[in-house]
Design a protein around this ligand. Sequence first.
Ligand code: DX5
Ligand code: ZN
Length: 216
Amino acid sequence: MKKIIAPSLLSANLAFLYRDIEMINESEADWFHIDIMDSSFVSNISFGSLFTKYVKKHAHKPMDVHLMILQPERYIKEFKDCGSDHLHIHYEACIHLHKTIYSIKKYGIKVGVAVNPHTPVFLLKDVIKDIDFVLLMSVNPGFSGQKFIKQTYQKLEETKDLILQKDSSALIEVDGGINLENASLLFKNGADILVAGTTIFSNSNPKKIIHRLLEE
Ligand code: DX5
Ligand code: ZN
């Protein structure tokens, strides 16, 4: 299975956004990860569909959009129209999860369900065959630069088992606190995609860091 890196623009230097988009285009990274926050599901406010539309205009790689918003069903069409290729919705933010998954699929967009660190993955058992990604939050959502929660390794095991047991083709994405120390172990333990913000953008040579995240 190919290893995938999705740099999170939450840690980019917004004064030089175009430069950072170009860096990702030229790098070995595979996707653009965009974190949308509403100040209700999480306490932070980040970007919306206008920002996503701008990035899409210049991005030469798929747009992996992570909706950290309550009742995401209200915004599916808006995020389809601004160019999302993948939409992740939170298990905890969605009352009619199955229905919302299908309203995303209807648009031909790939769908992921994100789970917070406290949410057990067995709760996805009745939708695991319907989704393209499980997004395991390895920090509490809302901010970049937080410490990786080690219990994620256990959840990775449980997610792999669930996928196998239900004969699902969902890929596993891990988001938060990814660094050069934990990346290779996460890939070895079954993660397909790693989202990384601070580790990539705080370095003076972000392309090299992306290469190293894929390396070991
Ligand atoms: C957290 C976001 C992450 C975040 C990752 O709520 O979902 O995508 O940007 O940032 P780092 O890699 O700094 O933990
Ligand atoms: Zn994210």
